[in-house]
Design a protein around this ligand. Structure first.
Ligand code: ADP
Length: 391
């Protein structure tokens, strides 16, 4: 059996796992998804060279233990584990080996991402417990954006909020942007550090990023992944004044309003139907105005953000779509670009429907280049894990 690497993405009610051979990080040999952990209807599904599924009352630890037991033949030569961490604060500019010291440092960063980091850290702890003696590596969603200049990462608030409380814009989805920008360079046969890109990562979480000569110079997400674009259930940009207004008008507490902005807003809140793009497109096609309202607002806001980000670039080599929506919805891509009115994008209808030619291109030759490039954050995490552990 070849040596292998495990990639772990531990969220609040789910664990996603991907097992790679160290000799080939392009595609995993086994993937697993454990969902609804700690609640009703918990389930684990393993796919690939090993397949298994069960529905059982499980928490994160039990799901991981079941995966380890079911896949033991494939884990004999496991040599390292890579973990997705949402927030690395300013302390972590790049992926890092987990030690007792770095774990203590990571604990401190958790205040910046209380919804995400504690779950990611639990994944690390569980692996140290269930798979002892293996190196663990943390790969951060924020680290790629540490090249953002102060003018892009500062908020217009008292400066000591930054100095004392680390209040600044960090940006997220960085692992995806790192992968997509490298893949764009490869497909265009250009050096990555030569490319100026606007990338829209549109999935359940949505953000956009301006890349100047291979480096992130601005992103739509901020202190937390709530800022920026309208997302599945997250509001994106709001006037903070609406919090006080809603507290007064509805009697809601700050905690209730934050839950509403994180879980009941975005496409779900605007439509009252679903947070899922496919479902909304179906409802819109069936003539439901609430679905159209949500989608029109979503596309308008994405276009506005992309146009704003492009002001960072003297010229844009390509606009790139990625993430579940960005990779799969020809209609949403078309509507976003139609809202970006000061640039004459011309999509090739057939290429857009096909989600791109072999280079990912969906625009007509000789017009501003638009690409669809599927992201692969797990592959990046596997590669960083190999690099950092020196395997
Ligand atoms: P996550 O951010 O959780 O990784 P994904 O990147 O998988 O999520 O994106 C999920 C979103 O992609 C959902 O809104 C889903 O409806 C949308 N999506 C997936 N396939 C399609 C499709 N063919 N057309 C439109 N939307 C799609």
């Amino acid at each position: 059996m070849d040596q292998s690497i495990l990639v772990v993405n531990c969220g609040s009610s789910s664990v996603k796992l991907a097992l790679y051979r160290t000799t080939d990080t392009a595609a995993p040999i086994i993937t697993a998804l454990a969902e609804r952990l700690g609640g009703e209807g918990a389930r684990l599904r393993i796919e690939g060279e090993k397949s298994f599924s069960c529905e059982d009352a499980m928490d994160h630890s039990q799901a991981l233990a079941t995966f380890i037991e079911e896949c033991q033949d494939y884990l004999q030569d496991l040599v390292a584990i890579g973990h997705r961490l949402v927030h690395g604060g300013e302390a972590f500019h790049e992926s890092t080996l987990i030690t007792d010291d770095s774990l203590a440092e990571l604990e401190k960063v958790s205040v910046l991402a209380p919804l995400h980091n504690p779950m990611n850290l639990m994944g690390i702890r569980l692996c140290r417990e269930l798979l002892p003696d293996l190196p663990n590596v943390a790969v951060f969603d924020t680290s790629f954006h540490q090249t953002m200049p102060a003018q892009a990462y500062l908020y217009g608030v008292p400066y000591d909020w930054y100095e004392t409380h680390q209040v600044r814009r960090y940006g997220f989805h960085g692992t995806s942007y790192r992968y997509v920008s490298a893949e764009t360079a490869r497909r265009l046969n250009r050096p990555a550090d030569d490319l100026n890109l606007i990338i829209a990562h549109l999935g359940n979480g949505c953000s956009a990023c301006a890349i100047r000569q291979g480096q992130s110079v601005d992103s739509s997400m901020g202190l937390t992944p709530l800022e920026g674009l309208i997302m599945g259930t997250r509001s994106g940009d709001i006037d903070p004044g609406l919090l006080e207004h809603m507290m007064r008008e509805s009697g809601s507490s700050m905690a209730e309003l934050m839950t509403a902005l994180n879980r009941n807003s975005g496409l779900l809140g605007l439509s009252g139907i679903s947070n899922d793009m496919r479902t909304l497109l179906q409802h819109e096609a069936a003539g439901e105005p609430a679905a159209k309202r949500a989608l029109d607002t979503f596309c308008f806001r994405v276009a506005r953000q992309l146009a704003a980000l492009s002001s960072n670039l003297s010229s844009t080599d390509a606009v790139v779509f990625t993430g579940g929506i960005g990779e799969n919805s020809a209609d949403i891509r078309r509507r976003i670009l139609a809202n970006w009115r000061n640039i004459q994008f011309r999509l090739n209808t057939a290429l857009n429907q096909a989600n791109g030619d072999e280079s990912g291109r969906i625009s007509e030759t000789g017009t501003p280049l638009v690409l669809v490039i599927p992201t692969d954050e797990e592959q990046m995490i596997a590669q960083d894990t190999l690099k950092i552990t020196g395997l």
